[in-house]
Design a protein around this ligand. Structure first.
Ligand code: UN1
Length: 515
């Protein structure tokens, strides 16, 4: 193993070269199939992880349920105190954890640290929440009666997370789930097991110190079979899934079939719209970050760019200059802006999309190829690309599919209504961004005839949302909301409790039923 990899792994207490267990339910175990964690920058195998075999899987699910039974009676502010300690433990390791994200997932250093910061932030939020998960007192129509709406812990929450945010998305779920009094079982992407092991080790130590069962924050690495077993388990009350639309459709149906709760964060296919009065000195760098940041592998990445005709040539020439200056390389180096794609398979997805653009006579303004000189050719590096498709039909696959790679398709419009129509014409509805100084445009954009997305920004790019507002999208993005806002309300079970403290027992609606 390279020395920088060993340094990062040993700082996080992970056995580098050895095979190691990838299941935690109070104890570390795993004697199932072996998964490799492969560095996308160099191709080196970072570790081999044993996933769960079926018996271990069932045991872990049972232990998670038992952990819930004991944890649900811990008062919410005490759960908040545990979250505060988790926050401190994560903050103490933020740079090493960020480096591990860069090493294993491939995003650049500042973004790796940034996603660990999201976990720290949501812990802060959830500490406060632990004293604010309020129910309501509702006025009863009957004398001497009161109605309470009471939030109670829900049960077991399974989090199935994706490779692109191997730490933050689990953080959003765990923090709310733990504040709400649930036990959480994490099934991470099989290609980022080390991130999940490092985080689970940190959290399990805090739980242990507080005498809380480890299975309150369990881990279950593995592939499709393990994911399917978790999704189908009657032991799991809420499945929070982040991933592709195709898999999300299956997960949604399966959970619904057994009447479980589901929270879906699926594809994004996000547009930025640039009006003639936009401040281009802000808009151009924002589109650059949105499209090239994380090598185009955020759900919130900018994939479509709609430019008003009057500013289109100027905008594109400025954007091209930034693209030409991009420094591709090792994501752990401070000067790098562009890391690799996460897997080799993603290179084919990128190449197929470029080929389809070429076959349909799109103009490729810049990019379109792999980096095939050493050392970049050892990793999964592709050039960020701007294309002007000939085809303008938003239903065409060029515009309607989410390609998880740094390809930005641009088109010119004359009228804001046209741009909003294009923005909304795709199946997905995660993030969107309008650049203008005109209040009339803003009003339209955020109103009923505006953007049909969960994130509707003005003079802010499509990616990089803060944790305070609810995060999620409409339509084929799955309608899920995580993180801030009212998202916590999904992690509890609500009871409407009518209490009679009078000497009579009247029926509602004045119904008379004499005995
Ligand atoms: C994702 O890509 O799955 O808003 C999450 C953002 C990040 C989270 C992205 N805070 O881009």
């Amino acid at each position: 193993l390279s020395s920088r990899a060993s340094t990062i792994l040993s700082a996080l207490d992970i056995l580098s070269s050895k095979e190691q267990p990838g299941v935690y339910d109070g104890e570390w175990k795993g004697t199932g199939e072996i998964f490799e964690s492969i560095c996308p920058t160099t191709g080196e195998v970072l570790a081999r992880i044993h996933s769960a075999e079926p018996q271990e899987l069932h045991e872990a699910l049972d232990k998670t349920r038992e952990a819930f039974i004991s944890f649900r009676t811990v008062p919410a502010p005490q759960r908040g105190e545990i979250l505060r300690q988790i926050r401190e433990a994560l903050a103490a390791k933020v740079f090493h954890l960020g480096a591990l994200v860069s090493l294993e997932m491939g995003k650049i250093r500042t973004e790796g640290v940034g996603e660990v910061q999201e976990f720290v932030d949501i812990c802060d939020y959830a500490v406060g929440l632990s004293r604010m998960m309020n129910g309501r007192v509702v006025a009863s129509e009957r004398p001497g009666h009161s109605i309470l709406e009471v939030p109670n812990p829900l049960g077991v929450v399974a989090v199935l997370s994706a490779f692109n945010f191997p730490i933050a998305v689990y953080g959003w779920n765990l923090a709310l789930s733990l504040a709400a009094g649930n036990a959480t079982l994490w099934k991470p992407s099989p290609s980022t097991p080390l991130c999940s092991i490092a985080i689970t080790k940190i959290i399990s130590r805090v739980l242990e110190r507080n005498g809380i069962p480890g299975a309150v924050a369990g881990l279950m690495t593995g592939g499709k079979d393990v994911g399917a077993a978790v999704v189908e388990s009657q032991n799991v009350d809420l499945v929070s899934f982040t991933g592709s639309e195709a898999v999300g459709r299956v997960v949604g149906k399966r959970v619904q079939t057994r009447f479980g709760k589901v929270l879906l964060e699926l594809g994004g296919n996000n547009a930025s719209i640039i009006m003639p009065d936009a401040d281009l000195s802000l808009a151009v760098p924002a589109v650059f970050f949105g499209a090239v940041g994380t090598a185009g592998q955020r759900c919130t990445s900018t994939r479509r760019l709609y430019l008003h005709r009057t500013i289109a040539p100027d905008f594109l020439s400025r954007l091209q200059k930034l693209y030409a200056s991009v420094r591709a390389g090792d994501p752990l180096e401070d000067s790098t802006l562009l890391g690799p794609l996460h897997t080799q398979a993603a290179i084919s997805i990128y190449s197929d999309a470029i080929k389809h653009l070429q076959d349909t006579d799109a103009e490729i303004l810049i990019g379109g190829k792999r980096y095939d000189d050493a050392p970049l050719k050892n990793g999964n590096f592709v050039q960020p690309t701007i294309a002007i498709p000939k085809i303008l039909d938003p239903k065409n696959q060029i515009w309607s599919t989410e390609t998880f790679a740094p390809i930005l398709n641009a088109a010119v419009f004359d009228d804001i209504d046209q741009a909003i129509e294009w923005n909304n014409a795709v199946p997905q509805g995660l993030s969107s961004s309008l650049w203008t100084r005109d209040l009339k445009n803003v009003g339209k954009w955020i109103g009923p005839a505006g953007s049909d997305a969960g994130i509707v920004n003005v003079n802010v790019g499509t990616s990089g949302a803060e944790i305070g507002a609810a995060f999620g999208g409409n339509k084929s993005t799955g309608w899920g909301r995580e993180s801030g806002g009212d998202a916590w309300k999904q992690y509890v079970r609500w009871s409407a409790c009518t209490i009679n403290f009078s000497d009579k027992a009247p029926l509602a609606q004045g119904v008379n039923f004499p005995t």
